[in-house]
Ligand binder design. Structure first.
Ligand SMILES: Nc1ncnc2c1ncn2[C@@H]1O[C@H](COP(=O)(O)OP(=O)(O)OP(=O)(O)O)[C@@H](O)[C@H]1O
Length: 904
């Protein structure tokens, strides 16, 4: 038994790697055997000679003249005295041990009977198995399973040589495995002795008979699945002198060998066309070895005697064809479960080692942590966005409910208005007040000394209720049908939230210049943004076309504001009294204005900017500038506070901007001037007359604008400023008047604060001061007429606005602890003359703010306190520019010096 050394195996493995998957020719060897004693006794001679390692030569002078070839070359030829060991080591070993690399290998012997096939294959099997065991021993890290099976093909019947039942085995085609032999015994080899034992069984089982040429002739093809194939003799029956059973055997043997030869010849010419493997059991079983996934070696054995030269030539012819056949062996990667588990365990161990190794390229810890943080951040953003979405949905729902409520209110008003029809000289205007909202306030006490420690009656909720929505009005053209419906009003302060009177209180207008009694109703609608905007920047009045919309009857057609963000005020223009009547609803009013002329004013369809502020408009109206970020002027004091219903800086600025824009544009075209005139008419009705009579005059800068005295339509007073006059004088006049009007009209303290902090010194601000003064003057007149507004079916009165202001003070008082430190609070209390130990010191302080209209120092300090309470602060000199409030007036105005609102 040969042994395979370590170096040999390594070389062999390298060779396996290199040769794997490549096409190679079948290894064809020729082995001569020596003449045996019987042949020598019969004076037979050996005509065949191996002249070198690859060529065998026929040396018979008589045969040389036959024209047949005398020299044959193969991969290797072995002389008769060559040992089987040499054959194995030099040629067969390489192919035989391919099996340990997962490659099929087939070695079989081909030759006539008694030529030495069994003799050769027995030795090859022994050496191969020995080397396989040696390899397994050297590679104990690998799991091998060496299985052995043996069969014979006898008379075209396949039998199991390891089974004693002598049953015929069927050849089956398996879709995955190819041809399989049914029920073939497969023994797992334990060791070499086990193999010898099995080989003995096979020898005992095999069909062996005596022929004339071989006493122990193999009468079957034996296939040992490792695989070793020992074919039956290829001799002719005549030569073997076979008769009877032997003849029959020979027929089958030759049939198999004939098919084998046909297949070999076919394959030797290339793999074209059909190859008849299925024509015999032998070729069918050997199919992989002959042209498929296997490395194959054929050992052709020769009897050297002259008497068997023809059979020898046939064998050499077969060999010549076989050496042209190629196979393509590949590694079979089928792994057993055990091998697979072992392989996976090894792979897991390798990966774990890489992960644990410091500095390993597989250390993804930091990257994973970064990704986790990013994911966490994104999830947080998602949560925040969901919150905002939910909040937006909630607000939309609120608005939808408000709209529904508004519609209901409108219906109710219409129904109620039927009872309030007033017929005047056959001409009636109909005012359909959709709803309105109190948006102004009257101060609660003029004398600070009267402030008591009484608990506040108003609640924050009440304040919200008063100031949460914005309404529009619609005055239908159907007024010409002679029906006039008016909004209701209350008659006293106590009625501020009581049911309305069904009889509208329409005051006749006594202004002489106005039109006659045939058209005695004028409805002045002021759409007010009660949410803190000075002016509604989206007013329809900015549209030139709006100014020319009139009705044939001269009735005022007021349609629903597109923005639906304004309150409606209808103000009687009887200007009957200058005296403010707190008990009279002062807000939105349907004006019984007998003296109003027909024309542009009455027929215009416009929306007026808001007059009064008092609630948070930015959140609901959207009328504030969308481009300016006001947050930088509001500190954290305001943020997070529950009482956020305060006028916003945004709404304040938006109102100022819009008004300034209108007024500035007034300098350019008559048409815009007309619009502006209409705007002003909303709260200075007498201007309508002026516009009508002097349409080409510049209302603001080159002309005197006459305000009709409330008590006497014929009296006028000059409140508009001629910029050519001394600005300083005008400024002080306006300043004083505005402060008084704020107080008289219960204007929001926060608005006052915004105003004095932003509009305080520059002559360029004159436009804002003028507008502020005008609207306040109109408002005061409105209050004095006892006009009213309707909101959600309720009449809102001066008392309501007074109440709203009171609540604003209450809200501000709640901010004391957040806006000021304890030391600051104590200093303030001391400065304002409040006992720091008094119970309601915070409320007392707030009640004192903005009380004194004469003392500018008081005004300044009040503004400072309120600004601090709402978290408003002025940063630098460019604040107005940042807020977009720096409108450039005509050059002539720019030349004037600046004045201060507050001497601080
Ligand atoms: N190379 C050899 N050296 C010495 N003796 C050999 C050699 N080859 C074969 N023999 C002998 O020749 C005889 C026949 O050999 P073997 O039985 O192996 O022939 P075979 O081809 O298998 O015949 P069969 O086809 O009938 O089975 C045997 O006695 C064997 O010992």
């Amino acid at each position: 038994m040969g042994a395979m050394g370590g170096d040999d195996l390594i070389d062999w493995e390298k060779m396996q790697e290199l040769g794997n998957g490549t096409e190679e020719k079948i290894l064809v060897l020729v082995r001569l055997r020596p003449l045996n004693e019987k042949e020598i006794a019969q004076n037979d001679v050996a005509d065949w000679e191996c002249i070198n390692s690859t060529t065998i030569l026929y040396r018979n002078s008589l045969q040389e003249r036959s024209g047949l070839p005398t020299a044959y070359s193969f991969d290797r030829v072995f002389r008769g005295d060559c040992k089987t060991r040499e054959v194995y080591d030099e040629e067969i070993k390489d192919i035989a041990l391919s099996v340990v690399g997962g490659i099929n290998s087939t070695i079989f012997a081909y030759g006539q009977t008694s030529s030495g096939k069994t003799y050769t294959m027995n030795g090859i099997t022994e050496y191969t198995v020995a080397d396989i065991y040696e390899y397994m021993k050297m590679h104990d890290e690998r799991a091998f399973a060496l299985k052995f099976s043996a069969m014979e093909i006898y008379n075209e019947v396949v039998r199991d040589l390891l089974s004693s039942d002598n049953n015929q085995l069927r050849l089956l085609d398996d879709p995955e495995k190819g041809m399989i032999i049914e029920k073939l015994t497969e023994e797992t080899l334990r060791d070499w002795n086990h193999l010898k034992e099995l080989l003995s069984i096979c020898e005992a089982q095999r069909q062996i008979g005596e022929t004339s040429l071989n006493e122990k002739s193999s009468r079957s093809h034996q296939i040992l699945r490792l695989n070793f194939v020992d074919l039956a003799g290829s001799e002719r029956a005549s030569q073997a002198q076979s008769v009877g059973q032997r003849l029959k055997e020979g027929c089958h043997i030759n049939r198999s060998l004939l098919t084998l030869g046909t297949v070999i010849r076919k394959l030797s010419k290339g793999r074209h066309g059909h190859v008849n493997y299925r024509d015999s059991k032998l070729t069918r079983i050997l199919q992989p070895a002959l042209g498929g996934n296997a490395r194959t070696a054929i050992i052709c054995t020769l009897n050297p005697s002259r008497s068997h030269v023809e059979q020898s030539r046939n064998t050499l012819l077969f060999a010549s064809c076989a050496k042209e056949v190629s196979t393509n062996a590949k590694v079979n990667v089928v792994m057993s479960d055990k091998a697979l588990v072992k392989h996976l365990q090894k792979e897991v161990a390798r990966l774990e080692s890489e992960l644990k190794a410091p500095g390993s390229t597989c250390d993804h810890g930091p990257l994973l942590r970064k990704k986790d943080m990013h994911i966490e951040k994104l999830e947080k953003e998602i949560r925040e966005l969901k919150k905002q979405r939910d909040l937006a949905h909630s607000r939309i729902d609120d608005l939808l409910r408000a709209i529904e409520s508004e519609k209901s209110s409108s219906k109710a008003n219409s129904i109620q208005s039927v009872n309030g029809v007033v017929k005047r000289n056959g001409s009636l205007d109909i005012l359909r007040s959709q709803s309105s909202q109190v948006s102004y306030s009257s101060d609660d006490a003029s004398d600070p000394s009267q402030i008591t420690e009484e608990p506040m009656l108003a609640t924050a909720e009440d304040f919200d209720e008063v100031s949460t929505d914005i309404r529009c009005i619609e005055v239908d053209e159907s007024a010409k049908d002679g029906t006039c419906t008016s909004s209701r009003h209350s008659t006293s302060e106590s009625e501020e939230s009581t049911p309305l009177s069904s009889e509208p209180q329409l005051s006749p207008v006594s202004s002489a210049p106005l039109s006659g009694t045939d058209n005695i109703y004028s409805h002045v609608a002021l759409e007010q943004n009660i949410q803190g905007s000075l002016f509604n920047p989206h007013s329809d009045e900015t549209s030139p076309s709006a100014s020319t919309s009139t009705t044939a009857s001269g009735g005022l057609l007021l349609t629903r504001s597109r923005s639906c963000r304004a309150n409606m005020i209808t103000a009687p223009l009887d200007m009957g009294s200058d005296e403010q009547n707190d008990s009279t609803p002062p807000t939105m009013l349907e004006k019984d204005f007998t003296g109003r002329p027909e024309g542009a004013f009455q027929r215009k369809q416009w929306k007026l900017p808001p007059v009064i502020y008092g609630t948070n408009s930015a959140r609901l109206t959207g009328n504030v500038s969308q481009s300016t970020d006001y947050s930088s002027f509001i500190d954290d004091t305001k943020n997070g506070d529950g009482d956020e219903d305060i006028p916003t800086l945004g709404s304040f600025v938006a109102g100022l901007r819009e008004m300034a824009k209108l007024q500035y544009e007034n300098q350019t075209t008559d048409q815009v001037r007309l619009i502006l005139s209409s705007y002003l008419l909303s709260f200075i009705p007498v201007l309508e007359v002026f516009v009508k009579e002097s349409p080409n005059e510049n209302l603001f800068f080159s002309s005197q604008v006459q305000l009709k005295d409330a008590t006497d339509g014929n009296n006028t007073r000059d409140v508009a400023l001629d910029p050519m006059n001394d600005w300083a004088i005008k400024f002080e006049m306006l300043q004083k008047s505005i402060i008084e009007l704020w107080q008289a009209c219960n204007v929001s303290l926060i608005h006052r604060t915004y105003f004095i902090l932003l509009i305080k010194e520059d002559m360029t601000d004159s436009i804002y001061m003028e507008v502020e003064h005008r609207r306040l003057s109109f408002l005061k007149e409105t209050f004095s007429r006892g006009n009213f507004a309707v909101q959600d079916g309720r009449t809102l009165t001066l008392a309501s606005s007074k109440k709203a202001l009171r609540r604003e003070r209450e809200i501000l008082s709640r901010r004391m602890s957040k806006a000021f430190t304890e030391d600051e609070r104590n200093r303030i209390y001391e400065e304002w003359g409040i006992d720091i130990n008094s119970k309601r010191r915070r409320m007392r302080l707030v009640q004192l703010l903005w009380r004194d209209t004469e003392d500018m120092n008081h005004i300044r300090k009040s503004g400072e306190v309120v600004a601090k309470l709402i978290g408003f602060s002025v940063h630098g000199q460019g604040m107005k520019e940042m807020l977009g409030l720096s409108f450039m007036p005509p050059q002539r105005m720019m030349s004037r010096r600046s004045l201060r609102w507050i001497n601080s």
